[in-house]
Design a protein. Structure first.
Length: 312
């Protein structure tokens, strides 16, 4: 018998730091959900602005919101992409007052999403028992003015990522490394789980990914992350070529490819799991050969931009 999505319990963890400019959009989005969270832990990671106070005002009105302070130092310096955000996520998870939840969400403090967001996703999880990771389509103002879709059906962006608890445990959670929000999906897919971003379900991300550390540095980090995950070299070159035409134009794509091969020359560590690395490269090779036939095949099996259908 199918379960009512409104009866399902989900917990949300939000690592936030200096998000005063946008966090109220996230707070309002969560407060207006048609299916409210069982618990929402907001980790104030050494913010020096009004982030903590703004979040606490909502926590005072909603008992399912809890604001915790991770570090009392006034300033921690530069943001740590990858390890820093994952460590903060786990710090927040340890603050949950209950273990009685079936889904867990990593949510940034600079996003907006519609009131039916989690009800929609929970419904999809009920319909598809092997759906392990899901989220909406990520939109950003890449030109500074207009919202544009920056995600594909096979990748759920890190700013708003929902995991089935069973899947989260099966993949060993999320790793404190660059590229964590891609590695988790590869592991899930290799274990037979489904991953999908429902691109018609919008998530507006107000701080463009990479802006916190600089767009060029972000591309370099993506190159290092791709090497760490064992991406196929030719796939990475093609990926870099696509990024020549998005900000920062030309330099971004070159930096992404250059960092990948520089990491290889340095002998940087890669995935210790040879079977997973082989799975990633085999999937990427199928994507490359499909592209030569004029088709786009996503890593989750979607073809030509069409999301995979639920199994019969």
């Amino acid at each position: 018998m199918s379960r009512d999505p409104k009866e399902l319990r989900y917990a949300v963890i939000s690592p936030v730091r200096n998000e005063a400019e946008h966090i109220e959009k996230t707070l309002e989005s969560m407060a207006s959900q048609t299916v409210p969270a069982a618990e929402w832990i907001i980790v104030n990671d050494s913010s020096t602005d009004e982030t903590g106070a703004m979040a606490q005002r909502y926590a005072d009105k909603h008992p399912w919101i809890k604001v915790v302070l991770k570090d009392k130092r006034a300033d921690k310096g530069d943001r740590q992409r990858g390890k820093g955000v994952v460590d903060t996520f786990y710090f927040g998870r340890d603050q949950l007052s209950t273990d009685d939840y079936e889904f867990i969400i990593k949510l940034d403090g600079d996003v907006w999403f519609p009131p039916e967001y989690f009800e929609f996703l929970l419904t999809r999880f009920v319909e598809r028992p092997r759906l392990g990771i899901a989220g909406g389509g990520l939109f950003e103002r890449t030109d500074g003015k207009n919202w544009s879709l920056v995600s594909a059906p096979d990748h759920v962006g890190g700013p708003a990522k929902m995991y089935r608890r069973e899947c989260f445990d099966a993949i060993g959670g999320i790793a404190a490394v660059l590229g964590w929000d891609g590695l988790d999906e590869w592991i899930a897919l290799s274990k037979g789980w489904e991953v999908e971003a429902f691109i018609d379900l919008p998530v507006h991300h107000y701080r463009i990914m990479g802006n916190a550390t600089g767009p060029l540095k972000a591309k370099i980090e993506q190159g290092y992350g791709a090497h760490n995950m064992g991406y196929h070299p030719l796939y990475q070159v093609m990926r870099g070529m696509r990024h020549l035409f998005v900000p920062p134009f030309l330099l971004g794509g070159c930096a992404m490819v250059g960092a990948y091969f520089w990491a290889a020359l340095q002998g940087r560590d890669q995935l210790p799991d040879a079977e997973l690395k082989r799975f990633i490269r085999d999937t990427q090779w199928r994507q490359l050969t499909a592209a030569l036939r004029g088709k786009r095949v996503y890593k989750n099996g979607a073809v030509s931009g069409l999301a995979p259908k639920a199994p019969a």
